[in-house]
Design a binder for this molecule. Structure first.
Ligand code: NAP
Length: 281
């Protein structure tokens, strides 16, 4: 068997066309959607992510503001910037790029973002709304994964979904979205005994650990959908996921590549969330 590829670039293109139309309609009414992105510090990886987000806004008619600050910025200064953006009528979405320098309490900063502008969906009230089945914003990466499953018409209802990774930004909200779509969900973490025992029973396997090759072909149920969220570097410095891609291709029914899978979808869903925020005004 050779898996079919779920192409995140192609799917993003389709979804971004819709984003651009909705942005144009809002702009025509004098309400151009706006996203503010704050970056503190000089992390190369964060700079690349932020640049891609800003570029995606520009390409799709979303007004963007990029604020870059020195790593020495104080927590109070950052909170003041967030507060100013909360009150800026041109800004509908605020994203503070994580991680933040160690002297800044990231939870405090996220809680300072107005919940209705929290397009990352990380604010505690948005996490609660998601948990109780009334999401205001779905966190971008898990939201993108759900769109990928939708794009292949996968019958999520009744399927066994296994999520490997339980972070607040990927694994936990992913599990919630799958549960709400009717899947039976297993969540694995670093303490899970015999990971393969769980993954081999998955119809849908979402892997988000940041551990290269944590899932190998022998851990995948034949025909399963494998969604690889991980972003790692291989020995040659090339971007790769958490799944042994070449091995998994031979066993799974569907698979997402890295790069070109979940990554572009995350940015696309940030645009969608920004549009949704602007449309609610
Ligand atoms: P994280 O906060 O470090 O969380 C990693 C999770 O994986 C934790 O829940 C951890 O378990 C679990 N884990 C670690 N080792 C494990 C093991 N051996 N078996 C089972 N579970 C294990 O990472 P994250 O922010 O969720 O990100 C995960 C990966 O996705 C990273 O590679 C990140 O770069 C990538 N990512 C990609 C996108 C994208 O757009 N493509 C977006 C976000 C993140 P514990 O809870 O027990 O510690």
């Amino acid at each position: 068997m050779s898996a079919k590829i779920i192409n995140g670039i192609e799917l993003s293109h389709t979804l971004r066309t819709d984003v651009a139309k909705r942005a144009a309609a809002l702009t025509a009414k004098g309400q151009q959607p706006g996203l503010a992105v704050i970056l503190v510090g000089d992390s190369q990886a964060s700079q690349v992510y932020v640049r891609n987000k800003i570029k995606a806004c520009e390409e799709n008619g979303i007004h963007s503001v990029f604020e870059k600050y020195d790593a020495a910025m104080s927590e109070a200064e950052l909170l003041a910037r967030v507060d100013a953006l909360n009150h800026d009528p041109k800004i509908h979405g605020i994203l503070v790029q994580l991680p933040l320098p160690a002297h800044i309490d990231a939870n405090k900063v996220i809680e300072a973002i107005a919940a209705e502008k929290d397009v990352d969906g990380f604010h505690i009230s948005n996490a609660g709304l998601l948990m109780t089945g009334q999401p205001l914003f779905r966190p971008c990466t898990p939201y993108g994964v759900m769109k990928m499953l939708e794009s292949i018409d996968y019958p999520v209802r009744g399927a066994h979904a296994v999520v490997v990774g339980a972070s607040n930004i990927v694994g936990k909200p992913q599990a919630m979205l799958l549960l709400q779509a009717g899947a039976t969900v297993t969540i694995c973490n670093s303490k899970t005994r015999d990971l393969g025992h769980h993954t081999r029973d998955a119809d849908i396997l979402v892997v988000a650990t940041g551990k290269r090759n944590i899932v190998t072909a022998d851990m995948i149920k034949p025909g399963a959908v494998v969604i690889d969220v991980g972003m790692n570097r291989d020995d040659a410095g090339k971007l790769c996921g958490d799944v042994d891609y070449e091995g998994a291709l031979k066993v799974s029914g569907w698979i997402t590549p890295v790069p070109g899978g979940v990554g572009p979808m995350t940015i696309t869903m940030l645009l969608v969330n920004t549009i949704e925020a602007a449309e609610r005004i």
